[in-house]
Design a binder for this molecule. Structure first.
Ligand code: DAH
Length: 342
C-alpha cells in the first residue's frame, strides 16, 4: 500500500508538470480523483487489507486525496491565470459595440395596420390622439347620447372596476374629451384598445382595436364622410375594394350607417370570418348627433361633423387574410412575426 501511494504521488507530480492548459488539468483530475481514477482504485484495495492496517491505510489514502486535490486546485488556478493573461495580450479583442446575433423582432400586425392608417389620415390633415383604456360611464356612454338603461348599452357589456370605472368598449369614448380639448374645427383620429364581454369565436374577441375618427367643421356632410372612407380603404388595400353602406343605428350619430367591405378572406363567397355573408362590417359611421356636439362644447347650429369607428382588428384580418381573430392575442410568434420585420 505504501509503495502504491508513493507511486501515485510520483506519477501525479510528473503528469502535473506536463499539464499546460485547463483541459489537461481536467484530464488529470479524472485520472486521479475520478470514479475510476487511481485513488478510487486504491480505496478498493483497502477492502482487502488486514483489519489492523485498515485504519492506518485509510488515513494515508485520505491524506493523499487531500494532497492531490490541493495540488490540482493550485495548478488549475495557475493555468487559468496564465490563460487569461494570454487572452488579454493576444490579438483577440471583443468589440462590445457589435450588434448581438439575437433574432430581430417584428411588429405586431395591428401595429402595422394602425401606423398605415395613421399615415393616410395624417396626410389628410388629421391629428392622432391617444386616450385612456379605463374610462368612466359619462365618457363611454352618457356623453355619447347613451343614457343609463338605454338598450344600446346591451351590445357593449364590459368589465367594470370596483370604483365604477370601466374598460372602454369603443374608441368613441374619447370623442367628448377631444372635442373639449380642441373645439371646432377639428380633424382627429384616435386608435385604441377596446374591451367587451364577448363570447369568443373566429370573429369575436373580448379585446380588440378600433380607430375612431371625427371631422367637425362648417358644412360637413355625408359626402365628406364617404370620400374619406373610400380614400382610406383604397390606400390600405392598394386596389378598389367593394363597399356598401347600410343604415345603422348608433345613438351618437344621426343619420348612422354601417360601412361594409367585401370579405377579403373568401372574396365574397362566404366563410366563417364573415359569418358566410360575404361582407364584413368594417366601419360604422354617421353624422355626429347634435347632443354629442353640445356635450363636447361645440355649437351644433354652427358646426356639423362626421364620425367613424373603424375596426382596426377587422381591417388587419382583411388585409393580411387572417382567418381567426384569436391569432392576434395568441402570442404565437410563428403567426405574428411573418408580416414585416423591424
Ligand atoms: N362606437 C361604435 C361601436 O363600437 C362604432 C361607431 C359607430 C363609431 C358609429 C362611430 C360611429 O364613430 O359614427 O359599436
Amino acid at each position: 500500500m505504501e509503495k502504491k501511494i508513493a507511486g501515485i504521488i510520483e506519477s501525479f507530480t510528473e503528469a502535473a508538470k506536463a499539464a499546460t492548459d485547463s483541459a489537461a488539468v481536467e484530464k488529470l483530475r479524472v485520472a486521479f480523483l475520478g470514479k475510476k481514477g487511481e485513488i478510487s482504485e486504491l480505496m478498493k484495495d483497502l477492502k482487502s487489507a488486514a483489519p489492523e492496517q485498515k485504519k492506518e491505510f485509510g488515513q494515508k489514502i485520505n491524506l493523499l486525496k487531500k494532497d492531490v486535490e490541493g495540488k490540482l486546485a493550485d495548478l488549475a488556478a495557475e493555468i487559468e491565470k496564465k490563460e487569461l493573461e494570454a487572452l488579454i495580450n493576444s490579438a483577440e479583442r471583443y468589440d462590445v459595440t457589435m450588434p448581438s446575433s439575437v433574432d430581430t423582432g417584428s411588429y405586431h400586425p395591428i401595429t402595422l395596420i394602425q401606423r398605415e392608417v395613421e399615415d393616410i389620415f395624417a396626410a389628410m390633415g388629421f391629428t392622432i390622439e391617444d386616450y385612456d383604456e379605463i374610462v368612466d360611464d359619462y365618457h363611454c356612454f352618457e356623453a355619447l347620447n347613451i343614457p343609463k338603461h338605454h338598450p344600446a348599452r346591451d351590445m357593449q357589456d364590459t368589465y367594470y372596476l370596483d370604483n365604477g370605472q370601466l374598460l372602454k368598449t369603443h374608441t368613441s369614448a374619447a370623442q367628448n374629451a377631444i372635442m373639449r380639448k380642441y373645439g371646432a374645427p377639428l380633424r382627429a383620429i384616435f386608435p385604441g384598445r377596446c374591451f367587451r364581454n364577448e363570447a369568443i369565436d373566429a370573429c369575436h374577441e373580448n379585446t380588440f382595436f378600433q380607430m375612431e375618427g371625427i371631422m367637425i367643421d362648417k358644412d360637413i356632410s355625408i359626402s365628406n364622410l364617404i370620400y374619406f372612407m373610400k380614400t382610406m380603404l383604397s390606400e390600405v388595400f392598394q386596389r378598389d375594394v367593394q363597399v356598401r353602406l347600410r343604415p345603422g343605428f348608433f345613438p351618437f350619430v344621426e343619420p348612422g350607417f354601417e360601412l361594409d367591405i367585401s370579405c377579403q378572406v373568401c372574396g365574397g363567397t362566404g366563410c366563417p370570418s364573415c359569418k358566410n355573408s360575404g361582407w364584413l362590417e368594417l366601419c360604422p359611421c354617421g353624422m355626429i348627433h347634435p347632443n354629442v356636439l353640445t356635450a363636447g362644447g361645440i355649437d351644433p347650429e354652427e358646426y356639423t361633423g362626421f364620425a367613424f369607428g373603424l375596426g382596426l382588428t377587422r381591417l388587419a384580418m382583411m388585409k393580411y387574410g387572417v382567418k381567426d381573430i384569436r391569432t392576434f392575442n395568441s402570442g404565437n410568434l410563428k403567426s405574428l412575426s411573418q408580416f414585416e420585420s423591424l
